[in-house]
Design a protein around this ligand. Structure first.
Ligand SMILES: C[S@@+](CC[C@H](N)C(=O)[O-])C[C@H]1O[C@@H](n2cnc3c(N)ncnc32)[C@H](O)[C@@H]1O
Length: 259
């Protein structure tokens, strides 16, 4: 099944990140540190013999990295335009070990299994009515002994947060909505619905699908944490102190495995 993604050209997300060039540079660096950690982790598993799924690959941003790391990469993306952009990325970089399909996670064939799954910035954009199915499909698709990297939005409020985000005069506006209103946002043109998870709520959800948390961290410290994010290794500092980790980080990452 194909499905249109509401943030065309990632305009809402890009405007949220923009605002200061210094923040943009930090934003990239912060995620690169997570990916470097992931690379070390899968490197120890013998990544060059493993099959990886990029679940919701968008425009294929991560495909050159995944293609370099793994023996084979299968990528799925339900939005046809984004899938076409991912194909252009595959062609441009000549990624011979990558195959791509226009597919949702929910429509992955039952029999498919992957050693590694990367689900990057996807689950925060899944309606609550589909979240259990998405997690069940990811859990089923992960081979025994496999590892899934999930990156998603992190709530620093102590409870999950639901947000209606949209562009006004070139700026991203984020309005909190009640949980009960979240799924209706997916019918609104030009609105990107975002679900921010607490560590506990995501861990509970994963557990209910037989997945346990391994290494965990937060990244993308909020702009409001300025000047913290200018400090060298600010992410590392925040992740060393549980109280800071709960209070900071727009995004979280976790390595999950079958329990
Ligand atoms: C913010 S983008 C992230 C893209 C890419 N993973 C990255 O990190 O750049 C979210 C992507 O998830 C895709 N997506 C949303 N729901 C999905 C689902 N149920 N199954 C697979 N992909 C989904 C969207 O179409 C969109 O391309």
């Amino acid at each position: 099944m194909t499905r249109k993604y509401s943030d065309q050209g990632d305009q809402i997300t890009a405007a949220m990140i923009r605002a200061s060039k210094r923040y943009e540079a930090y934003w990239d660096r912060s995620e690169q540190a997570v990916l470097a950690r992931f690379e070390r982790h899968v490197g120890a598993m013998g990544a060059d013999a493993l099959h990886c799924l990029d679940a919701g690959c968008g425009d294929g941003r991560l495909l050159p990295t995944l293609s370099r790391l793994f023996a084979r990469v299968s990528a799925i993306e339900p939005d046809l335009e984004r899938c076409a952009a991912a194909q252009r990325c595959v062609d441009h970089h000549d990624l011979a070990n990558v195959d791509l399909r226009a597919l949702t996670i929910e429509d992955l064939p039952d029999a498919e299994r992957y050693d590694i799954i990367v689900c990057s910035h996807v689950v925060q954009h899944v309606p609550l009515r589909s979240l259990d199915t998405v997690l069940a499909c990811l859990s089923r698709a992960l081979s025994p002994g496999g590892v899934m990297l999930v990156m998603t939005c992190h709530s620093t409020d102590g409870t999950d947060r639901f947000v209606r985000s949209f562009l006004r005069d070139g700026k991203t506006i984020e309005e909190d909505v009640a949980q009960a209103q979240f799924d209706a946002l997916f019918d609104e043109e030009g609105v990107l619905p975002i679900h921010f998870f607490t560590r506990d709520s995501l861990q509970c959800l994963a557990k209910s699908h037989g997945l346990g948390f391994g290494q965990f961290g937060v990244f993308h410290l909020e702009k409001s944490a300025y000047p913290l994010w200018l400090v060298p290794n600010a992410d590392r500092l925040v992740n060393c102190v549980p109280a800071l980790q709960r209070k900071h980080g727009r995004d979280l990452w976790v390595f999950t495995t079958h329990e």
